[in-house]
Design a protein around this ligand. Structure first.
Ligand SMILES: [Zn+2]
Length: 127
């Protein structure tokens, strides 16, 4: 799993001009580079992965955040709270597809469990 993570992170950094970094804690984030700074910094954004997660969770987080990266490079539909569930679902979907395309296979059953749990959490937060 650790090798899978390293491979996927490397491909993401090369393909998408994104930097993958580790942070403390168990949360992971996608932070897009402000548009007017993309040229200067040479990256489109940063994916922070909480290092206090299991190897499988790290891969799942990376896949999800890359979904956000793919989505945000092609759309500005976000920035609306009601779009959140849609964006999150899409990130799970796009990220999984991306991983598959570059040859990194993730157990679909386990992945689907993570997605279901996460979507329930977002839905609760929105109430
Ligand atoms: Zn997300």
């Amino acid at each position: 799993l650790r090798e899978k993570f390293a491979l996927l992170a490397k491909l993401i950094e090369e393909d998408l001009e994104v930097s993958v970094e580790f942070i403390n804690g168990d949360n992971s984030y996608w932070t897009p580079t402000p548009l007017d700074e993309v040229e200067e910094l040479g990256i489109k954004g940063i994916i922070d992965i909480g290092d206090d997660q299991t190897d499988f969770q790290k891969i799942v987080s990376l896949v999800h955040e890359v979904g956000h990266a793919l989505f945000s490079s092609s759309s500005n539909i976000k920035n609306h709270k009601r779009i959140l569930l849609f964006e999150e679902s899409l990130a799970w979907y796009l990220g999984y597809n991306y991983a598959l395309q570059v040859g990194v296979e993730i157990d679909l059953k386990e992945y689907a469990d993570c997605v279901e749990r996460a979507l329930k959490l977002y839905a609760k937060e929105l109430k």
